[in-house]
Design a binder for this molecule. Structure first.
Ligand code: HEM
Length: 381
């Protein structure tokens, strides 16, 4: 809601007459606020209004000015001489809708999604246990990720984890943390968290760009993915190891969720970092309308854009946290030998043969070719 004294004073003087006339015409033509805003032609003559351009609400109180205030309440935009034209809207009702959605359904469903993911992973661990290397460790290793790949991954991961924690604090901290640590500590922590959130966003974007460039060619879908998916990735069986290249179909899903979700999160975050400078939603809605024949609003004010950005940023963030919780699980406690890939970069040969057999064959063929030695390379089991 935007309502400051300066603007009220401004409306209250000479600007009131045309404003009122606009409001009357708008309400006479259409009974809803959106239509009212659209039907307000800037050059409409005040005399054309039902009140003949008179200011209602005279000092004797015989004329009601409820129409005027109703128009203001419905987001009518007037003119202001200060540079910030947004101040021309005295009451922006979408602000109230935004607040109730953010503090209501959004917070509630997001918490269900987060708790649901943790419960599902817990159940999976209880039923399936840790995925072991079926043939045991071979004590021979194979290089899975180079230092630059691990650097890109960890820059993305560490920044995401801090962004996730500080972001969840903005959404839930006052319900969960504040009662435990007190107002002062919570205020300090939240302020520090906000600084971290603002600056680490750039490390996240850099990490995202790095992994995209390094791994996109390994994540294009191909025929091996169909077989892998049909066998459920062998995840429910201790003996089944469907063949896979450098990344299996499950990892490709994670990769694209991280890239698409990460770009969306970055764009909406950018819009929040530099408020009122972007028009992402108007542009997107325009394209969606064109493709699907929908009628999403495309004449969005800078403030409406900002509100949609804030909601979308939270939705994408919670979606990403759920995906990443599953990823962290499988990359650490969920699977024996997996963490080494991003730890030292060297994985056990048996682990590699069980989870990425085609990649091992290709890798060994490459080494063989590079060394120029004769004889056929040893196929992976
Ligand atoms: C403590 C946190 C994390 C751990 C332990 C972890 C672990 C791993 C491991 C072991 C791999 C390699 C898997 C393989 O050898 O095939 C990997 C890959 C990857 N990680 Fe992470 N990671 C973490 C956090 C993150 C975060 C926060 C993101 C993104 C926001 C991320 C994105 C990726 C992507 C896109 C890949 C490649 C696709 C895949 O393997 O699923 N990771 N991670």
């Amino acid at each position: 809601m935007i309502c400051n004294r300066k603007t009220i004073r401004h409306f209250g003087s000479r600007g009131l007459l045309p404003l009122l006339a606009f409001a009357m015409i708008a309400f006479a033509l259409a009974g809803n606020p959106a239509a009212a805003q659209n039907s307000l032609a800037p050059n409409a003559a005040p005399e054309a209004s039902p009140s003949g351009g008179m200011v209602p609400g005279d000092t004797l109180g015989t004329t009601s000015d409820s129409d005027y205030w109703r128009a203001v309440r419905h987001g009518l935009q007037g003119n202001v001489s200060i540079p910030d034209k947004k101040a021309g809207t005295l009451v922006q009702s979408e602000g109230e809708a935004w607040r109730s959605f953010r503090n209501g359904p959004l917070t509630l469903y997001a918490s269900w999604a987060l708790l649901g993911t943790i419960v599902v992973l817990g159940l999976f661990y209880a039923i399936r246990g840790r995925i072991r290397i079926e043939h045991g460790k071979s004590n021979q290793t194979i290089t899975r990720f180079k230092a630059v790949e691990r650097f890109g991954h960890w820059m993305l991961a560490v920044s995401f984890i801090i962004l996730g924690l500080t972001g969840l604090n903005i959404l839930y901290g006052r319900y969960v943390l504040k009662p435990v640590i007190g107002d002062g500590a919570f205020g300090f922590l939240t302020q520090m968290g906000k600084y971290l959130h603002n600056y680490l966003a750039f490390a996240f974007m850099a990490g995202l760009a790095m992994i995209f460039v390094m791994w996109v060619r390994h994540n294009l879908p191909d025929r091996t993915d169909i077989k892998w998916l049909l066998q459920g990735g062998g995840i429910f069986s201790k003996k089944l190891h469907p063949p896979a290249k450098k990344f299996n179909a499950g990892q490709k899903v994670i990769f694209w969720a991280v890239i698409i979700g990460g770009v969306s999160l970055s764009l909406s975050g950018w819009a929040l970092l530099f408020p009122f400078t972007t028009h992402f939603f108007a542009g997107t809605f325009d394209k969606v309308n064109l493709i699907f024949g929908t009628e999403l609003p495309t004449a969005l004010t800078a403030l409406q854009e900002q509100q949609l950005n804030a909601l979308w940023h939270s939705i994408m963030a919670v979606f990403m946290v759920c995906v990443i919780l599953a990823h962290i699980y499988i990359g650490s406690i969920g699977m024996e030998g997996a963490f080494d890939a991003m730890g030292s970069g060297e994985v056990d040969l048996n682990w590699a043969k069980e989870h990425h057999s085609i990649w091992v064959e290709e890798h060994q063929a490459d080494i063989h070719k590079a060394s120029g030695s004769g004889g056929a390379p040893q196929p992976a089991e």
